[in-house]
Design a protein around this ligand. Structure first.
Ligand code: PGA
Length: 233
C-alpha cells in the first residue's frame, strides 16, 4: 500500500519540526510519502517516509518568479510530486495541458508524479464522471512511455469528498477505478477524499485501491497511526 500525506499549506516551521518527531515514530508496512508544503521540504529529516512535493512549476529553472522547478525539488531529495490537485485546478486554473507539462518535467528529474483526478458534485449528478476523468487522464498521459505509465501514480479524489467528510460508496469507487485501470492498466491508483481512521475498515474492502492520499488526517499523527494499523491488519 502507498499512503501519501498531503499537508497542504499547513504547519509553520516549528510546527513542522514537532510534527516530524511524531511522524518519525510511525512504523508502517505501507510506503509513506510526506508531501510537505514548499518551505518545509527543506526541513525534511525522516527516514520512515519518502519526501514529496505538492506541486511543481510547468517551467524549467530560470526567470519564473515564485515558481519551484523540478530540478530544484530534486536537489532537496524530493522523490514524488502531486500534480493536478483539484485545489490547484480550481484556485490556480491549472489546465490538463499544463499538468501534462509538469509531469514531463518531473520525469526528466526522476521524480514520480502523483496525478490527481476527480469530478465535482455537479458533474457526478449530470452523469459526467467518466468523461471528466477520462479527459484528465488522456491529456495528462498522452506523451508518456509505457515505462512512465507504469511508474505513474494516480489519485482518484472526488472533489465533493475532499475535506467534507463525505465519501463515495465502494461501488462508486470501484466503477471509477475500473475506468482508470482500463486506461492505465499498470498504474497504481490511490483513493483520496475524507479517508480517515473511521471509514478505513469499509474503504479497505475495495481490493482495487492501491493506497490513499490523506489531507486532514495527515496532520494528526496519532489518528494516522490508527488508520495505518487498521489498513495493514
Ligand atoms: P482530505 O484531503 O483527506 O482532507 O479530504 C485529501 C486531499 O485533498 O488530498
Amino acid at each position: 500500500m502507498i499512503v501519501a500525506l498531503n499537508n497542504k499549506s499547513n504547519l509553520t516551521k516549528d510546527e513542522f519540526l514537532k510534527y516530524q518527531e511524531e511522524l518519525g515514530t510511525i512504523d508502517a508496512k505501507s510506503v509513506l510519502i510526506l508531501c510537505a508544503s514548499p518551505l518545509n521540504i527543506a526541513n525534511f529529516n525522516l527516514t520512515n517516509c519518502y519526501l514529496g512535493s505538492q506541486n511543481v512549476s510547468k517551467d524549467l529553472v530560470g526567470a519564473h518568479t515564485g515558481e519551484v522547478a523540478a530540478s530544484q525539488l530534486k536537489s532537496y531529495g524530493v522523490d514524488y510530486c502531486i500534480v493536478g490537485h483539484s485545489e490547484r485546478r480550481t484556485d490556480q486554473k491549472e489546465t490538463n495541458e499544463e499538468i501534462a507539462q509538469k509531469i514531463k518535467n518531473l520525469y526528466e528529474q526522476g521524480i514520480t508524479p502523483i496525478l490527481c483526478v476527480g469530478e465535482t458534485k455537479a458533474e457526478r449528478e449530470e452523469g459526467k464522471v467518466n468523461d471528466v476523468i477520462e479527459e484528465e487522464i488522456r491529456i495528462a498521459t498522452a506523451k508518456l512511455t509505457d515505462k512512465q505509465k507504469e511508474e505513474l501514480i494516480v489519485a482518484y479524489e472526488p472533489i465533493w469528498s475532499i475535506g467534507t467528510g463525505l465519501i463515495p460508496t465502494n461501488e462508486e469507487i470501484i466503477e471509477v477505478f475500473d475506468l482508470i485501470k482500463g486506461l492505465l492498466p499498470t498504474t497504481k491508483v490511490l483513493y483520496g477524499g475524507s479517508a480517515n481512521e473511521k471509514n478505513i475498515d469499509e474503504l479497505k474492502q475495495c481490493k482495487t485501491i492501491d493506497g490513499y492520499l490523506l489531507g486532514g488526517l495527515s496532520l494528526k499523527p496519532d489518528l494516522l497511526k490508527v488508520f495505518l494499523e487498521k489498513l495493514e491488519k
